[in-house]
Write a protein that binds this ligand. Structure first.
Ligand code: ARG
Ligand code: ZN
Length: 513
């Protein structure tokens, strides 16, 4: 987005120079020919480099016109990051991805892949080049609008220079053909993520920045897109992914499974699971629900399926309509120690989730998936809210119990509030946790406590109105903490700066708010 000015000037000079050299040769060669008619170009656009020199018939390009054309705005390379405070090189500037069509052939037993990703995007600036995020793997070719493009790799960037620059507003396709054996990432606090081998196949769990381990992508939640996954596997394996399944196509030795995610999705939520699964299909009201579990967990399939349906029904009554076309859940075997709210179909990795866990991951479908972060420091908007949904579930579940046995969100808050000030549930402040504590306790617990503090301040009516309005106004979009604060103030008519500051940004255990 913020291409440096210097680069722009350099590109301009280089182009101008080329044109002058070209013009000299042309002029000598064709001194007898007529001048070309002036090219007609809409105002504000630039002729493609070299185009002014291209001869149509037997005429001499008009030098003045060429220079005038060149003097208009430059094509520059899109930035190689979006400047996220925690992941500065995640995502790329200059274009808006609309759809990824992922075709992937998986080989067993070596887990090698041959893949083709076709990204359809719109240029948001006049682009001489742009980049995608991709880690490892071997890129075989890149086509832009069907023409071979020049590309190079630099750390996590795949930098692409199309044969023809892209005017601002142009819709274009990029086809990346690549292959190799992807592997996972790992980091402190993040554990193992990205492309993860399982006993009978693979599983992708990519929050926060693991999707480039297996596909080229504009890897930032600010650029959501729709996806189609077409995955070919040996006949004895199956594939589960986000969204809706299409009928599998069976060949002599391999079967191709297609899944379509029709709602905009943040890249870290893209999920494919290859392996053997016990699959259950049902409905929550009219919503199709697909549950798939690794055979090791076959005994838990029914319970996961039924709980998912019950929880989705309850959450719809609380948060408003479900934002996507299907629901469900997956249990697979890698023991990475967490679950991920992969869109439409969360994954529980290496364990059978209890109801709280299911409530948490399904709440993310509204909070985090439909309404996504604008930048990673706002992670409490995902985790604080999903944790608070667990508290609401306890409140709902025990609503009819005897008074002393009711587990209200207020009681849960009070229990946590008794913890000492130096407890990891209180620091770092969840509104600015730092990259290392992105998924630390305080983001989850103190984040949820912030919502309970808000609820107590503005009352149930305004509080639940705020949650629903957040979801309704930003469906399939993004939000920031400041937007949520402004919305809560609008819904309640109160000034809430102090409360949010105390709970999200102040050091230590919040005291007065
Ligand atoms: N969003 C997930 C959850 O709510 C946590 C993901 C953590 N990511 C990771 N690489 N460990 O449970
Ligand atoms: Zn979560």
């Amino acid at each position: 987005v913020n291409a440096p000015r210097k680069q722009a000037t350099a590109a301009l000079t280089a182009t101008a120079l080329l044109l002058v050299i070209g013009a000299t040769a042309d002029a000598a060669e064709l001194s007898a020919a007529k001048p070309c008619p002036l090219p007609k170009r809409p105002p504000g656009t630039v002729s493609e480099p070299g185009q002014a020199l291209r001869r149509t018939g037997r005429c001499v390009p008009q030098e003045r016109e060429r220079i005038r054309t060149v003097g208009i705005p430059p094509y520059t390379d899109g930035s190689t990051g979006l400047g996220d405070p925690y992941f500065p090189s995640a995502g790329n500037g200059g274009y808006d991805a609309k759809n990824y069509d992922v075709t992937l052939a998986y080989r067993s037993p070596d887990k090698h892949i041959d893949a083709v990703v076709k990204m359809t995007a719109t240029a948001t600036q006049a682009l001489s080049g742009f980049s995608l995020d991709l880690r490892g793997l071997r890129v075989r070719s890149v086509l832009v609008d069907g023409l071979p493009a020049v590309f190079r790799r630099e750390r996590q960037e795949l930098m692409v220079t199309p044969a023809t620059p892209l005017p601002r507003g142009r819709s274009f396709t990029t086809v990346v053909r690549y292959s190799g054996r992807p592997g996972p990432l790992s980091g402190p606090m993040l554990g193992t993520y990205g492309w993860i081998p399982t006993q009978d196949g693979i599983l992708t769990l990519s929050e926060p920045d693991g999707t480039p381990t297996w596909m080229p992508v504009n890897d930032h939640p600010r650029d959501k897109a729709t996806y189609t996954f077409r995955v070919t596997v040996p006949n004895w394996l199956q594939v589960i992914a986000n969204g809706e399944p299409r009928p599998p196509v069976r060949g002599a030795a391999t079967t191709t499974y297609t899944w379509v995610e029709r709602s905009p999705m943040a890249s870290y939520l893209a999920m494919i699971a290859i392996g053997r699964f016990r699959t259950l299909r049902g409905r929550a009201g009219s919503l199709p629900v697909i549950t798939a579990v690794d055979p090791q967990y076959a005994g838990a399939a029914g319970k996961l399926h039924r709980t998912t349906i019950a929880v989705l029904n309850w959450q719809r009554s609380l948060f408003g309509r479900y934002p996507f076309a299907t629901g469900g859940g997956v249990i697979d075997d890698p023991d990475v120690g967490y679950a991920l709210e992969t869109q439409e179909r969360p994954v529980y990795a290496g364990f059978v989730p209890d109801t709280d866990f299911i409530v948490h991951e399904l709440a993310h479908q509204w909070f985090g998936n439909s309404v996504s972060l604008t930048a990673w420091p706002d992670i409490w908007l995902n985790e604080g809210f999903a944790t608070y949904a667990e508290w609401l579930w306890q409140e709902h579940r025990t609503a009819k119990a005897k008074k002393g046995r009711r587990d209200t969100a207020k009681k849960i808050f009070t229990r946590y509030y008794r913890q000492p000030a130096d407890s990891p549930i209180f620091q770092p402040p969840p509104g600015q946790p730092g990259r290392r504590d992105l998924f630390g306790f305080s983001v989850y617990i103190r984040g949820a406590m912030c919502l309970q503090a808000l609820r107590q301040r503005i009352g149930d009516r305004a509080f639940f109105r705020t949650l629903r309005a957040w979801i309704a106004e930003r469906r399939h979009g993004n939000g920031r903490t400041a937007d949520f604060v402004a919305l809560a103030e609008r819904q309640s008519g109160r000034q809430l700066d102090r409360l949010f500051h105390a709970w999200l940004y102040a050091k230590g255990k919040p005291r007065d708010w």
